[in-house]
Design a protein. Sequence first.
Length: 258
Amino acid sequence: MFSEVIKFYEAEDGKLYLGDARHFMNLLPDESVDFILTDPPWMISQEVTIRRASNLKYKGKDISLDFGPWDNQWNDDWEYIAWCREWLAECVRVLKPCCHLVFFFDKKKVSYVWYYLEELGMKGRSPLFWLKTNPVPRGRKVDFMKSLEMALWFTKGAIKQDRFNWQLGQQRDYVEAPIPQNPKYHPTQKPLEVLEVWIKYLSKEGELVLDPFCGSGSTLVAARKTGRRWMGCDVDRSFLEVAKGRIESTAVRLELAI
């Protein structure tokens, strides 16, 4: 049984909800969203902390790999994949034809959702990447620094030129940006620089951007900054409080009537 969904916050250009992403999207009408950009739990939490050496070039705080109970709520991979299929099916249902779904995802589990989305009528596109300009150094000296984070890109049905803002110019399939550190609102926070580029190219001003796993609200802030409407949901009230504060401190750029 899904949990109750509560409207947490409403602004002139968007809304925040508290609750389970699947139940939240289940309340939305068919084909009512113009773009979905999200970063769901990956089920990769470990009870481990990476200790940064004091002599490293990139100094900073130790990094915990235990992200919290929201990233470790499944008994095994198969239960997690079944959960992913539930929320992905809802994403497909609420997304308008020819519009885009972009979501960060663990590269080890990609095959389990790629073919499922194609069965639902989504067209798999070339993955998009965040190129980290300040990757975490490897303390044990047995591996390369992890500098790329991948997001899967799918289009619902036909691929149309008017659903890609090519007039903005040629854009590489990666965006360079540092790992957010000061301030850092969420353990898996994504840079606004990356999200803004994808929002600008894959949606239009005044359209609705949805993030069903909005966390501390980075996608929603990026949507507001680029003149889009926004809607987000999360199960953690504390993250929504942060998201609300960040949204309220970001100027509204939307000029079209809501």
